[in-house]
Design a binder for this molecule. Structure first.
Ligand SMILES: Nc1ncnc2c1ncn2[C@@H]1O[C@H](COP(=O)(O)OP(=O)(O)O)[C@@H](O)[C@H]1O
Ligand SMILES: [Mg+2]
Length: 222
C-alpha cells in the first residue's frame, strides 16, 4: 500500500513569551492511501496541532512532513495554500460556514481563486450527495447543526481532495445526527477512496477507523 502522508520526528513548539509548549514531540506517523485513522487523546494533548501539520496549516518546528509525495517542510509558507487547495479537505467541529452566504456559496468558497462558475455544477452534485438538494439556497442560520456539517463536508470535497481531515466532526451534534455524519464520512472513505483522518472523542468514529492513534502530551503512544 502506498503512503499518502508521513510525519518524521515532527515537533511543534509554541513560544509564549518565556514559556515553550511542545504541542508535538518528535511524532513519527505513516498513513496509507485510503486509510481511515482516528486520532484520540485528552484535551491539550496535541490532536489539533497534529491535524494542522497533516493539513499543511503551518510548518513544524523540526522534523519532516510529506503529503502525497511533497515534502511540506521544504515548501515556503506562502506556497502551502496550494497543497491545501489541491490535496486536502477540512471539516471542523464548529463547521466554520460564512453566515451571510447560502449553502452553495459556502461550498464554492475554496474555488474562488479558480473562478467559481465552472464548479457550480459540482457544488450542486455534492450538496445532492449529502442530502441537501432542498437546501441549496439556505443560509447557515436556516439549517440544523447536522445540515451545516453536511454543507461543510460538501465544501471539503469541492476540490476532490485525496485527504479529508476532520477535527471533532460530531462534537456539536446529537447522537442521531452524529451517526448520519459518520455514515457520510465512512462512505467517502470506503467508496471514494478518500483518506480520512479524524480527531475525535467519539467511540463510533474510532470503531469505523482502520486504526486508532493515541496521543498524550504531544507524543504518540504505542
Ligand atoms: N497557537 C498556539 N499558541 C500557543 N500554544 C498553543 C497553540 N495552539 C495550541 N497550543 C498548545 O499546544 C498544546 C496542544 O494543543 P492542541 O493541539 O490544540 O490540543 P488538542 O487538540 O489535543 O486539544 C496545548 O497545550 C495548547 O495549549
Ligand atoms: Mg483540538
Amino acid at each position: 500500500m502506498s503512503e499518502i502522508a508521513k510525519l518524521d520526528k515532527v515537533s511543534k513548539i509554541y513560544k509564549l513569551g518565556e514559556t515553550e509548549i511542545a504541542a508535538l514531540d518528535k511524532v513519527t506517523l505513516s498513513i496509507a492511501r485510503g486509510e481511515a485513522i482516528s486520532i484520540m487523546g485528552p484535551s491539550g494533548s496535541g490532536k489539533t496541532t497534529l491535524l494542522n501539520m497533516l493539513g499543511a496549516l503551518g510548518k513544524p518546528t523540526s522534523g519532516e512532513i510529506f503529503i502525497d509525495g511533497v515534502k511540506i517542510s521544504e515548501v515556503p509558507e506562502r506556497n502551502l495554500y496550494r497543497i491545501r487547495r489541491e490535496k486536502i479537505g477540512f471539516v471542523f467541529q464548529n463547521y466554520y460556514l460564512v453566515p451571510t452566504l447560502t449553502a452553495i456559496e459556502n461550498v464554492l468558497i475554496p474555488t474562488i481563486p479558480m473562478g467559481q462558475d465552472s464548479y457550480r455544477e459540482r457544488a450542486r452534485y455534492l450538496l445532492n450527495q449529502v442530502g441537501l438538494e432542498e437546501r441549496i439556497y439556505h443560509r447557515p442560520f436556516q439549517l440544523s447543526g447536522g445540515e451545516q456539517q453536511r454543507v461543510a463536508i460538501a465544501r471539503a470535497l469541492i476540490n476532490d481532495p485525496k485527504i479529508v481531515l476532520a477535527d471533532e466532526p460530531t462534537g456539536n451534534l446529537d447522537s442521531k445526527t452524529g451517526d448520519e455524519i459518520i455514515k457520510l464520512l465512512t462512505t467517502l472513505n470506503k467508496e471514494k477512496d478518500v483518506t480520512l483522518i479524524s480527531v475525535t472523542h467519539d467511540e463510533r468514529i474510532a470503531k469505523i477507523a482502520d486504526r486508532t492513534v493515541d496521543i498524550l502530551d504531544g507524543k504518540i503512544r504505542d
